[in-house]
Design a protein around this ligand. Sequence first.
Ligand SMILES: [Zn+2]
Length: 247
Amino acid sequence: MRADPAAQMRLLDLQALDTRLGQLAHRRRSVPQVAELSGLASRAGVLRDRDVAVRTLVSDLERELARAEGDVAAVRARIARDQRLLEGGTVGSAKQLTDLQHEVESLRNRVSALEDAELEVMERLEEAQARVAEVAGEVEALQAQQSAAERGRDEAFADVDAEVARVEGERVRVLADLPGDLLALYDRIRADAGGVGAAALHRGRCQGCQLTLTPADLGRIRGEAADAVVRCEECRRILVRTPESGL
Ligand SMILES: [Zn+2]
């Protein structure tokens, strides 16, 4: 292949811009807030599960409390009924009276035990309600962290994207100076060789693979016409000759 030496030099400009675009793409991927946001998202998942668990516990305890209140009310109603019987003077025998008095006494003990149980459920309910509030607080703090990280990420993206736009603009201008066949060769090599399709020959060394050319290879290149497109024998990249090539 042949290409004007000026176009070959221009290929180095294109390579520099493409390398810069590669670096910018890497910078966009490694914006620290991206990893931070992914960590925060999994933390949000954990908090959502915890929120469901504590809210379920609250509604279970509310039902349990309603049941305990019902139990207490039922026994109190029974005591009230017995009291009315005792005070109404309708209970005839002394044995019946004594039985009734014993029942009231045992019902009072029962109420006291039920009230203790009710109080214990109330305490557990209060603790669970406090946990709901605590989780809600954690969710709120996490959302604030997420918003801050999103803002930071978007700012970093905007910086990178502005630089990408600038480099791409410059790239379009460089492309205009390159013949199609040289560009096609460059693109093909670049795809196979880790993003580097063209390299300068600098003081006898290929800047693509960093290997020093043998005297025989240098001699061969020295013999090539200025518009010949030379390739590195080692990495097969386009080797661009410059005044510093050491030929
Ligand atoms: Zn090379």
